[in-house]
Design a protein. Structure first.
Length: 402
């Protein structure tokens, strides 16, 4: 599929040395996960830039501030989000209404740049930027419901036609997007995400209070975080763990933290059986405030996903001083940066071997922790915002910012 690109007869409103930007924050819903986290952190950083004339757009209205962080009841949220995630009608209706509201709100604001951080762009006569987080809806459609695939493929194809420039979370997705659609590579900018500063190494005395509530001990478990769904490849993780020596499984049980995802019934049956056997703990949704402690207390982190546009949990583990094993699929080697042990996501026996290395080989663990901390230090939300502003600057013309 090819795309034709035409210039717009629009003059951007450059005031002094700033340019007007309208950022959609519709996706900011608590608890913050994935795209919501990206939008929230980006908006916070952009708000702090004195040379940016920024407007936040929520539900078709300009808002002065982002929604305030609030605590969520884990049990209630886990059930509610799992139900909403299963509803293609809810997703479709929400996105359609958001698009209509934003289209109306953007009328007569063609002198600004509109940024849609969640794939979608409304009809807009001015310049617009969209963030594409991954291409799974096109390249791995089997991991989504048919109705969701039809809706998102149509809407994202419209985004590609409407966008002036695109942003991706990784170089992998940048190249994938250009190759898949025949989209000009120079119109796509790879801008990596980051993780919260709350993810850092912690001593056992610091994690004890949180881990006690989960029935865990510092350094006494292996961690996976993420939605429980086929794309995350938890079947392979369970297979690999099940063939480990029983003594290893009991010393370091596998802890799974994440929402019930789509098509996960058989996975949960396996998880329940493994939990009964004593070598798996399933925590469900874990609150934002607890997650950094859960990471820091792990002896090893495993992320076996088939496909990721970025793979933020890998970065969170590296920043927490925890050795990482992850698949060599999609963007994950890019995020790990040589600090992790990599495996083919379908190779059960290799993963099982690497788990033993990751748990017991101190000659690997020490250097891996140091490499991971060094790699994690190269990512920051401030850097993400600065590179995003450079994209706005490219549209506004040279020498707009100091």
């Amino acid at each position: 599929m090819g795309y034709a690109f035409t210039g717009r007869d629009v003059t951007l409103d450059v005031i002094g040395e700033s340019v007007k930007v309208i950022l959609s924050v519709d996706s900011v819903k608590f608890p913050l996960t994935g795209i919501a986290r990206y939008t929230y952190e980006l908006a916070k950083q952009l708000q702090a830039q004195p040379d940016l004339d920024l407007t936040l757009l929520a539900n078709g209205r300009a808002v002065a501030e982002l929604p305030a962080h609030r605590q969520i009841n884990p049990r209630k949220t886990d059930w509610l989000k799992s139900q909403l995630r299963k509803s293609d009608l809810v997703t479709k209706t929400y996105q359609m209404l958001s698009g209509i509201r934003n289209q109306i709100s953007l009328k007569d604001h063609e002198d600004a740049i509109f940024h849609g951080p969640n794939f979608y762009l409304p009809i807009f006569n001015g310049y617009s930027v969209a963030t594409f987080h991954d291409l799974s809806i096109f390249t791995h459609a089997q991991y989504h419901t048919p109705a969701r695939v039809r809706f998102m493929q149509r809407e994202l194809s419209l985004t590609l036609q409407r966008a002036s420039l695109l942003i991706t979370d990784s170089e992998y997705t940048r190249q994938e997007l250009a190759n898949y659609f025949g989209y000009p590579l120079d119109k796509i900018h790879a801008i990596p995400l980051a993780c919260s500063a709350e993810f850092h190494p912690r001593k056992a005395t610091s994690t004890a209070l949180t881990l006690d509530r989960f029935g865990l001990r510092h350094g006494g478990y292996v961690l996976y975080t993420g939605t429980i769904e086929p794309r995350k490849n938890i079947e392979t993780l369970l297979d690999a763990y099940s063939i480990l020596p029983d003594a290893i499984r009991r010393r370091w049980p596998l802890v799974l933290a994440g929402y019930h995802g789509w098509k996960s019934e058989s996975l949960h049956a396996r998880i329940k059986a493994a939990a009964s056997a004593g070598w798996v703990h399933y925590l469900g949704y874990v609150a934002d405030d607890d997650l950094p402690y859960l990471f820091a207390g792990a002896h090893l982190f495993i992320f076996p996903s088939h496909y990721e546009g970025f793979g933020l949990p890998v970065l969170e583990a590296l920043a927490s001083g925890v050795p990482v094993i992850c698949s060599n699929a999609s963007s994950l080697p890019e995020v790990a940066g040589g600090a992790a042990l990599l495996f083919d996501p379908d190779d059960v026996s290799k993963l099982s071997e690497l788990i033993i290395t990751g748990l017991e080989d101190e000659s690997w663990r020490g250097p891996a922790i140091n490499k991971g901390l060094e790699q994690a230090s190269t990512f920051s939300w401030q850097k993400c915002a600065e590179e995003t502003i450079a994209v706005y600057q490219e549209l506004a013309g040279d020498n707009v910012f100091i």
